[in-house]
Ligand binder design. Structure first.
Ligand SMILES: O=C(O)C1=C[C@@H](OP(=O)(O)O)[C@@H](O)[C@H](O)C1
Ligand SMILES: C=C(OP(=O)(O)O)C(=O)O
Length: 448
C-alpha cells in the first residue's frame, strides 16, 4: 500500500474464507490528534503510548512541530512531545499541510488562530472542498482575523491571531466535536470563560483531555440531549502520560466483516466503549448481531472491552437521527451491514455525511448501486433494502479520497457473490494503515 498521497492504488476483495482469530486495531484517531495538540500546549513532556500512526495524525504532529513542539518517536506508537505551553507558540515558517485531515486542520485553527501569529492551512483535494466557515465564524468572534481564504471559506486559508483572544459563549450550528473542540482550544489562550453549547452531545475527548492535562472544565446538561461546556481560560497545562485506547471507528470494519461473512467468529481486543462512540454497536445489536462485550476494563481513562463477533442473521431497523453523533463515521459500514440484512434499514438525518472526506451519502449510494443493492436517498435519509445474498461485482467503487468508503466496500466484497473493487485504497493510510494485513490475518481475501 502506497503513501496516502501517491498514485491511486486499486484494491479488491472477494468472498471465500470465514473470518477467525483475534486482532487489535490501532489507536483512536480523535485521541491521537489531541495527544499531539495537548502535548504542544503543555509545559513539560507528554508521553504517548498507542498513537495511531496514520497519515492524518502524522500531519498534526508535523504542524505541532512547526509551531514549536519537540516531538520524537521512540518506538512504534510510543511518542514524546515536549510542549511550549499556552501562549508560547512560534509562527510557522511554511504552510501547514493537513493532507486529508478535517480534525487536525480544524482543531489546529483554534490552537494557532488564538495566538498572535500568522498561520496558513492547506490540505489535499478532499480537504479543499470541506467547509471551514463553521470554524472561522466562532474564531472571528474571538478576535481572530481571516487574512485570506479560498472561495466559500475553504483551505488554503490564513489566520492571524489577536493580542488577546476573547472568551465567547457559542452554540454550535451542527453536532460537531470538531467545532466544539476548535473553540475550546482557542479558549485556552483567552483570559475568561469560554462556553460551547451543543444541542446534541458529541464525542467528549477534548473535554476529558483538558481535565487530564489540568484545566478546569464544567459540563452541564442542555435540554434532553445537549450539553454546555465551560472552560476557564489560560490554565497551565502540564505534560502527562496518555494511553491511547483503540479506535472503535476502525474496529467497525472487521466487526461488520465478521457479521456478514458466514462461519465467522472473531475477537477484537480492547475496543474503546465511550458511549458517545458506540452508536454502531447499539444499532447492530438491534439488528440482531451477535456481539459480546467481554472483559470490560479501564484503559487510559476510557472503558474498553474485547468484542466477540459472530456471523449473524441481521434484520433491518430504523436508526434515529439522534444517534448520528455517536456513530457519525460509521454510516458507510452500517450501510454495508444493512445490505445483508433482511428488510429495510432507514438511517435518518445524515446531512453531516455530505461534508466529510467525500459526500458520503452520494458515495455510499453509488457503491451500493454498483453492487446491486436496492436503496434510496430521501432528503437526508439513506434507505437500504437488504437481502441475505448480495451480488457485488460492478465497476470499481469511486472512493473520492475517502478512506471509509474504501474500507466499507472492501468489507462488502468479502461476502458478495462477485468480487468488489475500489478505485483507490491509498487513503486507508490516513486512519487505519494496518487494515489490509489485519483483515488478511483473519482470513480475508484482499488483493492490491
Ligand atoms: O472531533 C473529532 O475527532 C472528530 C469529529 C467528527 O467530525 P465532526 O465534528 O465534523 O462531526 C468525526 O467525523 C471525525 O472523524 C473526528
Ligand atoms: C470524518 C473523518 O475524519 P476527518 O473529519 O478528521 O477528516 C473520518 O475519519 O471519518
Amino acid at each position: 500500500m502506497s503513501h496516502a498521497h501517491g498514485p491511486a492504488t486499486p484494491v479488491s476483495s472477494r468472498s471465500g474464507n470465514a473470518l477467525n482469530g483475534r486482532i487489535r486495531v490501532p489507536g483512536d484517531k480523535s485521541i491521537s490528534h489531541r495527544s499531539m495538540i495537548f502535548g504542544l500546549l503543555s509545559i513539560g513532556e507528554t508521553r504517548v503510548e498507542g498513537l495511531l500512526e496514520g497519515d492524518d495524525v502524522l500531519r498534526t504532529a508535523e504542524a505541532c512541530r512547526a509551531l514549536g513542539a519537540t516531538i520524537t518517536r521512540e518506538a512504534p506508537g510510543r511518542w514524546r512531545v515536549k510542549g511550549v505551553g499556552i501562549g508560547g507558540l512560534s509562527e510557522p515558517e511554511s504552510v501547514l499541510d493537513f493532507g486529508n485531515a478535517g480534525t487536525g486542520s480544524r482543531l489546529m485553527m483554534g490552537v494557532a488562530g488564538s495566538h498572535p501569529i500568522t498561520t496558513t492551512f492547506d490540505g489535499d483535494a478532499s480537504l479543499r472542498k470541506r467547509p471551514m466557515r463553521r470554524i472561522l465564524d466562532p474564531l472571528v468572534k474571538m478576535g481572530v482575523t481571516v487574512v485570506s481564504e479560498a472561495e466559500g471559506g475553504r483551505v488554503p486559508l490564513t489566520l492571524r491571531g489577536p493580542k488577546e483572544t476573547l472568551p465567547i459563549t457559542y452554540e454550535t450550528p451542527a453536532a460537531s466535536a470538531q467545532i466544539k473542540s476548535a473553540i475550546l482550544l482557542a479558549g485556552l489562550n483567552s483570559p475568561g470563560r469560554t462556553t460551547v453549547i451543543e444541542r446534541e452531545a458529541t464525542r467528549d475527548h477534548t473535554e476529558r483531555m483538558l481535565r487530564h492535562f489540568g484545566a478546569t472544565v464544567e459540563v452541564v446538561p442542555n435540554g434532553a440531549d445537549g450539553r454546555a461546556i465551560t472552560l476557564q481560560g489560560q490554565p497551565e497545562l502540564r505534560g502527562t502520560d496518555i494511553v491511547v485506547p483503540t479506535d472503535p471507528s476502525s474496529a467497525a470494519f472487521p466487526l461488520v466483516a465478521a457479521l456478514i461473512t458466514p462461519g465467522s467468529d472473531i475477537l477484537i481486543e480492547g475496543v474503546m466503549m465511550n458511549p458517545l462512540r458506540t452508536g454502531l454497536i447499539t444499532t447492530l445489536l438491534e439488528m440482531g448481531a451477535s456481539i459480546e462485550r467481554l472483559n470490560e476494563r479501564d484503559e487510559g481513562g476510557e472503558t474498553v472491552a474485547d468484542l466477540r463477533v459472530r456471523h449473524s442473521k441481521l434484520t433491518g431497523v430504523t436508526v434515529p437521527h439522534g444517534r448520528a453523533p455517536a456513530m457519525i463515521d460509521e454510516y458507510p459500514i452500517l450501510a454495508v451491514a444493512a445490505s445483508f440484512a433482511e428488510g429495510t434499514t432507514r438511517m435518518q438525518g445524515l446531512h453531516e455525511l455530505r461534508v466529510k472526506e467525500s459526500d458520503r451519502l452520494a458515495a455510499v449510494a453509488a457503491g451500493l448501486a454498483e453492487a446491486g443493492v436496492e436503496h434510496e436517498i430521501q432528503g437526508d435519509d439513506l434507505i437500504v433494502h437488504g437481502s441475505r445474498t448480495v451480488r457485488g461485482g460492478g465497476r470499481p467503487v469511486a472512493t473520492h479520497l475517502d478512506h471509509r468508503i474504501a474500507m466499507s466496500f472492501l468489507v462488502m466484497g468479502l461476502a458478495t457473490k462477485e468480487p468488489i473493487a475500489v478505485d483507490d485504497g491509498a487513503m486507508i493510510m490516513t486512519s487505519f494503515p494496518s487494515f489490509i494485513p489485519l483483515m488478511r490475518e483473519l482470513g480475508a481475501t484482499i488483493q492490491d
